[in-house]
Design a protein around this ligand. Sequence first.
Ligand SMILES: Cc1ncc(COP(=O)(O)O)c(C=O)c1O
Length: 476
Amino acid sequence: MAAASLTGVGIFVLPSSNSGKLFLKPRSPCHRLRVPRIAAVSLDEKPKTFTLEKSEQAFSVAKELMPGGVNSPVRAFKSVGGQPIVMDSVKGSRMRDIDGNEYIDYVGSWGPAIIGHADDEVLAALAETMKKGTSFGAPCLLENTLAEMVISAVPSIEMVRFVNSGTEACMGALRLARAFTGRPKIIKFEGCYHGHADPFLVKAGSGVATLGLPDSPGVPRSATIDTLTAPFNDIAAVTELFEANKGEIAGLILEPVVGNSGFIAPTADFLEVIRKITKENGSLLIFDEVMTGFRLSYGGAQEYFGITPDLTTLGKIIGGGLPVGAYGGRREIMEMVAPAGPMYQAGTLSGNPLAMTAGIHTLRRLQKPGAYEYLDKITGELTQGILDAGKAAGHDICGGFIRGMFGFFFTNGPVYNFADAKKSDTSKFGRFYQGMLEEGVYFAPSQFEAGFTSLAHSSEDIQATIAAAERVFRKI
Ligand SMILES: Cc1ncc(COP(=O)(O)O)c(C=O)c1O
């Protein structure tokens, strides 16, 4: 992808010329007694040398207690080698592990921490809300406040339903698209992730190659038979799918800027053309903005690119670090959702006061003038600095960013889709990753995940990261 094929402030995608093993142990009655105790860690002082001794100890315990030692797979560091770092605390742009190492963090809890971790105002607001209780299981005023904020921010959303995760949001949006159109099929793109619900586990990230085959055992063929896939940025493939499945496609769902194959931006006319094709075919266009919502701009990718989908899914940022998701769209579609309409979807903790509070206060900060310009500036400096340092050390590297989202691949590019992304030298990424960790920089532990900046990242953080990258690029 050439830089010229992209429009809008802050986008660039530069080719390089430009610029543990599973721990299997039989359970025994004294299983719990064999769990070693982790010594309390004093976090007042940084350790003199980089050591992960306590993390190693804690993770070997975790592997006995939870599958793979984690509660979400990518945290297990499988694709970068080494072992996961067990965190103790987060603040601003930083995370601190249980060995006392400090990291400049570019994961941001996988997106929510756009104003920085453990923001004082958010924490104070949460403490106030908590005095009134943690869950009502009944309507509360905070739901109205956040709903009004989301509706006034996101162009496509006239009504919204809050849920507890991005996965739930995408499940709801899919059911709604099918209910509204009365059609069974959906189109998704290779390498786009829409949560772990059965119909979306087809070519999601590191998917299998055969059309419609589930990525995971346990997902029945019947659950994915109506999931059609196309390469991202491939208008001809989308057109063919619509031709071959006339009157059967309920909706097309995509990450408008892909973050789950690494950072991949849409080509200049891609979003516009799929908007046109979906309209012509009576199918709904669903933007999965779980990652891009409130990150590319206050109104999300749809505001940034000026393309209005029929339905939008959200998560991450709108919960300010607490579990949340949402789906919304035109009133006539959303009024199909129960109890206004017949499409059933529900949630015990949905709209709970804590998640609503953290979301409201996070969005308020993002409304302040200059927030997105600042993200654009620091993320641009960071991405350009990394690409320049990589090239100067003789590596094939390309990458890009929009506002608070970025990524780079160890290939000359261009990267238009997941197949292109997979050309990246992932073992080199693993070496780079480990080197950066030792330098005190925490990127997402996979080549196929976007990075995130926050309002709490300072210019000093960015310069320190680039300087660290220069040292590591020279070694790998
Ligand atoms: C674009 C996108 N959609 C959906 C999801 C699923 O969200 P959750 O992990 O909250 O279920 C994610 C998670 O990273 C995501 O990036």
